[in-house]
Design a protein around this ligand. Structure first.
Ligand code: NAD
Ligand code: MG
Length: 399
């Protein structure tokens, strides 16, 4: 029996995780749940169905609403902005971090510090924390939930680390694949949210349309599997069946394939290194099928190339890449900027960050700090600065 702490339980990954747990009650027990507080009704339903010992919400209002929804059967409540981090440090077998965005960093560090296996959906925490996260993780402690990275983990079982030549990271290309820059100028939020293959949370869906998600995943793969950025190739594969591949030195390429369904990598991460039976439908070979591949159009979708720059600099640069993007996605969703302005904003903020010197007095977080001097505080300061700078550039009213 594995005791699971699930952070971000009401989201897309969170609810699919509970779906996997519900079908394997003989293997998993939910110790604790945390959620952001916007869907208290859904959280109350989860509490009723899985009877966690502890539940975390970020505010007193959310706690009151949850208590009211639950009536008499209220578990122990942790309340406040650090509540998810407290949960990540509880005794359990696996923490699954499915929070969105930089808010996942402290919970990620807390789970690693406690020595618990961390099933990581929240790629942002790994990307922005960089070497701080990887060096806090013991061997095998970090397990990928992201489908591409789960595919790498599976394909890497086929050979030794010194036999790997490169990683092939597949990308669906998102809803705007094949378009030119001109054709992207006036796309709407509804169009950006219409992902062809996956149903996901808002931020990752927009990130899939700009390919910022693939930029984050490039850095995630580099950090998880210690492969140089130049040895990771992004390839567009619109069907999202080949979830990624590993090329070995002899010229062999090993792919992991399954119809798009996040429950597969979630199930494997929860049970790692074991496979659970019948988690998702396998590929069907009854009809003619084609899987296609094409190179990424870096000119129309500069997000991956920008991520390479941030990753090559490392230190606080990936935190700024991510923070500027999160603020720019908000600006796009609020109608303050156009679609192309999302990656333009990320580029401008990242350029400013990389150009500013740590010894010249400036705003906290503005100056780039290298890996050797990196700390959680430096990452969070860069995150705040990147967010604020992107908000300035995108005309956010300050209150
Ligand atoms: P989502 O927006 O659907 O869900 C996010 C969850 O986190 C919600 O439960 C929300 O209440 C909670 N949350 C947000 N801020 C919080 C905070 N400060 N404290 C506690 N909880 C908070 O997002 P999602 O699509 O489920 O994605 C979650 C993570 O998984 C992201 O990092 C995303 O990149 C990654 N991921 C998602 C998918 C997918 O298919 N959805 C695939 C791969 C990776
Ligand atoms: Mg992915």
């Amino acid at each position: 029996m594995r005791d699971v702490v699930l952070l971000g339980s009401t989201g897309s990954i969170g609810s699919q995780t509970l779906d996997v747990v519900a079908r394997h009650r003989e293997r998993f027990r939910v110790t604790a749940l945390s959620a952001g507080g916007s869907r208290v009704g859904a959280l109350a339903e989860q509490v009723r169905a899985f009877s966690p010992r502890v539940v975390a919400v970020p505010s007193a209002e959310a706690a009151d609403a949850l208590t009211e929804a639950l009536g008499t059967d209220v578990p122990e409540l942790r309340v406040g902005p650090d509540a998810s981090t407290e949960l990540a440090g509880l005794d359990c077998d696996v923490v699954l971090n499915a929070i969105t965005g930089a808010a996942g960093l402290r919970p990620t560090m807390a789970a690693l510090a406690h020595g618990t296996t961390l099933a990581l959906a929240n790629k942002e925490s790994l990307v922005i924390g960089g070497r701080l996260v990887t060096s806090a993780a013991g061997p095998g402690q970090l397990v990928a939930v992201d489908s591409e990275h789960s595919a790498f983990a599976q394909a890497l079982r086929a050979g030794r680390a010194d036999e790997v030549r490169r990683l092939i990271l597949t990308a669906s290309g998102g809803p705007f694949r094949g378009r030119t820059v001109d054709q992207l100028r006036d796309v709407t939020i509804e169009q950006a949210l219409a992902h062809p293959n996956w149903s996901m949370g808002r931020v990752i869906t927009i990130n899939s349309s700009t390919l910022v998600n693939k930029g984050l995943e490039l850095l995630e793969a580099h950090l998880l599997y210690d492969v140089a950025l130049d040895d990771i190739t992004v390839v567009v594969h619109p069907q999202s069946v080949v979830h990624s591949m590993v090329e070995y030195v002899d010229g062999s390429t090993i792919a992991q394939c399954s119809p798009p369904d996040m429950r597969l990598p979630i199930g494997l991460a929860l049970a790692w290194p074991d496979r659970l039976p019948d988690v998702a439908a396998p590929c069907s070979w009854a009809e003619p099928t084609s899987w296609t591949f094409e190179p990424l159009d870096d000119e129309t979708f500069p997000a991956v190339a920008l991520a390479r720059r941030a990753g090559a600099a490392a230190g606080t640069a990936p935190a700024v890449y991510n923070a500027a993007n999160e603020a720019a996605v908000d600006a796009f969703c609020d109608g303050r900027i156009g679609f192309l302005d999302i990656t333009r904003t990320v580029r401008t903020v990242l350029d400013e960050h990389l150009a500013s010197q740590p010894d010249v007095p400036s705003e906290p977080g503005a100056a780039w700090i290298a890996d050797a001097q990196l700390s959680i505080e430096a990452v969070l300061a860069a995150d705040s600065w990147g967010r604020r700078r992107a908000e300035d550039l995108t005309g956010k009213e300050t209150t």
